[in-house]
Design a protein around this ligand. Sequence first.
Ligand code: IMP
Ligand code: MG
Length: 193
Amino acid sequence: MEALISEQSLQTRIGDMAWEIDRYYKRQEWYRNTQEPVVVIGVLTGAIFFMADLVRKLSIHTKLDYLRISNWSYSMSPKISSLPFTKLCNAHILLIEDILDTGETLRKIHRELYWEKPSSMKTCVLLRKPDKAPADIVVDFVGFDIPDEFVVGYGLDHKGRYREMPYVAVWSEEDEQRTSKNEVDRDKSFHCG
Ligand code: IMP
Ligand code: MG
């Protein structure tokens, strides 16, 4: 699969994003006065590598946590299946998501986390499809704007696969046909017992 965003470009941009995030928090009066850790919440599973690389480049104090959300299908609204363990009331949250597509996932997460009454919530996404992202979903830090294509790698999957690729690639029609054929061949050759 050909890279849309190379490993090198990802790491360079993530370094710049860390700098932007540090600068934002270090300018906040509450942070300057208290040095209170920012609660960084990653959205599983897609954000794992992005969050791991980003937080190691930050110099502000952080606490790390995760939430899990399931997108069963495009016709059903996403469901949060696991919330962070950290107390979020009065906390300063930095939400980390892999990609902003239709915005349904972030809409759901924002609504749910605001119930916890945090002092602030900022949202950081690695990728955004600007042609689709609705105007009412506010993201504060964006890595890359990409075309409206299905992408995989660096945490993003197609049917659970390709997350481990260190770069981001466009998932093409040919990839779809090749994997479907491989799956049929594997099923044919698989016998139990
Ligand atoms: P949204 O709710 O439509 O904004 O989509 C958000 C979720 O859908 C992301 O967190 C991803 O898990 C998944 N998603 C959206 N676009 C892509 C893509 O191009 N590749 C892989 N996953 C995607
Ligand atoms: Mg996701």
